[in-house]
Design a protein around this ligand. Sequence first.
Ligand code: URA
Length: 241
Amino acid sequence: MNEDKRLYYLHKMGIQAWVPKFSDTDQVVDQASESINNEVQRAVVDLEELNSKNNNAESFDGLKKIVASCTLCNLHRSRTQTVFGVGHPAADWLIIGEAPGADEDRVGEPFVGRAGQLLTNMLRAIGLAREEVFITNILKCRPPNNRDPQQNEIASCRSYLRQQIDFIQPKIILAVGRIAAQSILNTDTPIGKMRGKKYTYEDTKIPIVATYHPAYLLRSPQQKRKAWEDLKYALEVKELG
Ligand code: URA
């Protein structure tokens, strides 16, 4: 029986039938946004492939030079300089944040502002000096007005992060903040649910532990206790593998 007939008989029986309220316009909009999402996804995959094929470095310093002249996304237009990362090139600990802010863009080093000072103190609390870890970000260029990184920007930078990890071969990765954790792990799981779990990086066995971003901890100091638990957990994971 077709739908119109079914509704007619139900009506005759005095039964109010539920009719979906989708109009043609809703369906067109849904289809259009699905196809735009697919396009974006395809473009992101293309960007990642392009970068990983064309920007392979032979050394850590070589990689830094490649990053310094990167023009893959629009952020190169507004940056003062790229922010490659700082610390020991063979560190056991790799700390990954989101993106450079205004201070980092000016100085050329990650985590040098207020959030950076807190991060340095957090590391010190577990016996780590800034010089013995390596600190970097998902993005190597500052997004204007400190907005969230966009998908194409993360995709453009993805192979740089992969190469940094391949060169450093850290024993543990500490992802600080939602954006870092979600983009390294390709997930949209909320940061609160990622805490206290051990993940691994792509096809490697390198463990990843996620914690809150120090900028968030500055705004919500009552969460510092949880970050402290995360750091102790990361220490444990690093020791046990
Ligand atoms: N926030 C980040 O995620 N990274 C920095 O380098 C500075 C602030």
